[in-house]
Design a protein around this ligand. Structure first.
Ligand code: PMP
Length: 392
């Protein structure tokens, strides 16, 4: 029996550059001491107070179907948080609670794309972006962002692809590059969206992890509120990746339609998970800073080590839990570098090519192991890069 093109086209049938990750996992299972700097999973778990709130809610009976749009309490808390951070008036009716940011990304594209519509996204990109657009029936079109401009998109490149497109998906602080878009970039993005009547889908799941500059939500820019859908999540800010809880913030008319989509797909998010998220958000900024602090520290450790050599260049890492390293001076592709590094030094990093062609010749390092291990891994990676550069 034939499957649909829609489902078979999701990954284009390939592993999309994740073979280093799977190889590292297999080596680790066979007992090899691999240091994994691959995926965006914290090395701490969800705080026990949040788990306690979750348990209390479940034991208290919040285990039946929850309201599909999200509980009133959590929708209000998320709306208030967005209003406080951005200044944009936001109510519960602007919020849909979703099972994580990924589900929100899919729903947002379902809301704005008809089958065959052109949907833009910035390359390098988070691995699921092209497949998410295709799953929603869109035609995925990358905007190449250049390493020499620290992977920030330019007005010219956006404008050149925007004719006839329906939407643009952006992500700042960025996975995989660690770059935080500056105000000039946001102004260009807003101008292109307005000139070409595009929806803007702004993935802000790393908004609590900013090390330099500041996070700007484009929904707060003039004329953008009515055309922007913001994606948020508890995964990164509160180390709640496994709880699957996030949101979309947008115009009320869009949220009303998205509630219909949720009714026919997810049927909402478990009530006790939402209560735990609400509890976590009400603890204030300090807990978020604690979750973010290890990445800030490790970023400083890495920057110091990188400053002491000349082969590897770091893309300025201003946010998120990743660093993108330019390893082109070794003469190797990101893919070969990552494979040989794993084989010879038991360190697993992601090839830049897994995140699109713009990141060729780079590797992404997730700062997700303890400080000592991280330092040791970085020292080893840099020594490996120096050896490779000498032999070319
Ligand atoms: N967007 C980006 C940029 C991500 O890196 C991730 C997860 N790594 C997500 C969205 C999805 O996160 P979640 O579904 O856990 O909220």
């Amino acid at each position: 029996m034939e499957l649909s093109n829609r489902i078979t086209a999701l990954t284009n049938g390939g592993s999309d550059g994740w073979d280093v990750f799977y190889k590292a996992r297999d080596l680790k299972k066979s007992g090899r001491p691999i240091i994994e700097l691959t995926i965006g999973e914290h090395d701490i778990g969800t705080h026990r107070d949040i788990l306690e709130a979750m348990g209390q809610s479940a034991r208290g009976g919040h285990t039946g179907y929850a309201a599909v749009p999200g509980t009133d309490t959590l929708r209000k808390t998320v709306a208030q948080r967005i209003k406080t951070r951005t200044g944009v008036p936001t109510n519960a009716s602007n919020i849909l609670i979703t099972p994580g940011g990924q589900s929100a990304l899919f729903a947002a594209h379902m809301a704005v794309l008809d089958p065959g519509d052109l949907a833009l996204y910035c390359d390098p990109y988070y691995a699921t972006y092209p497949g998410t657009i295709r799953a929603a029936g869109g035609i995925d079109h990358p905007i190449h962002c250049r390493p020499e401009l620290d992977f920030q998109p330019t007005y010219e490149d956006l404008d050149a692809s925007a004719k006839g497109a329906r939407s643009l998906l952006v992500n700042s602080p960025n996975n995989p590059t660690g770059v935080v878009y500056d105000r000039a970039t946001w102004t260009d993005i807003a101008k292109v969206c307005q000139n070409h009547n595009l929806w803007l889908i702004s993935d802000e799941v790393y908004d609590t992890q900013v090390w330099a500059g500041c996070h700007i939500s484009p929904r707060s820019l003039e004329g953008m509120e009515k055309r922007t859908l913001v994606i948020g999540s508890m995964s990164k800010s509160h180390a709640m990746t496994g709880s699957r809880v996030g949101w979309i913030c947008g115009p009320e008319t869009v949220i009303e339609q998205l509630i219909n989509l949720a009714t026919h797909t997810t049927y909402g998010v478990p009530g006790y998970i939402q209560d735990a998220a609400d509890f976590a958000l009400n603890q204030g900024n300090e807990d978020e800073l604690k979750v973010a602090a290890p990445f800030r520290r490790r970023r400083d450790i890495a920057m110091n080590l990188i400053a002491g050599q000349t082969v590897v260049r770091a893309v300025p890492c201003s946010g998120a839990m990743y660093m993108m390293l330019d390893i082109r001076a070794t003469g190797l592709s990101g893919d070969v570098f990552a494979h040989v590094l794993l084989d010879s030094r038991q360190i697993a990093v992601m090839p830049g090519e897994s995140f699109g062609q713009s990141a060729a010749g780079h590797v992404r390092v997730a700062m997700t192991v303890n400080d000592d291990q991280f330092k040791q891994a970085l020292e080893s990676l840099l020594a490996f890069a120096a050896e490779q550069a000498e032999t070319t």
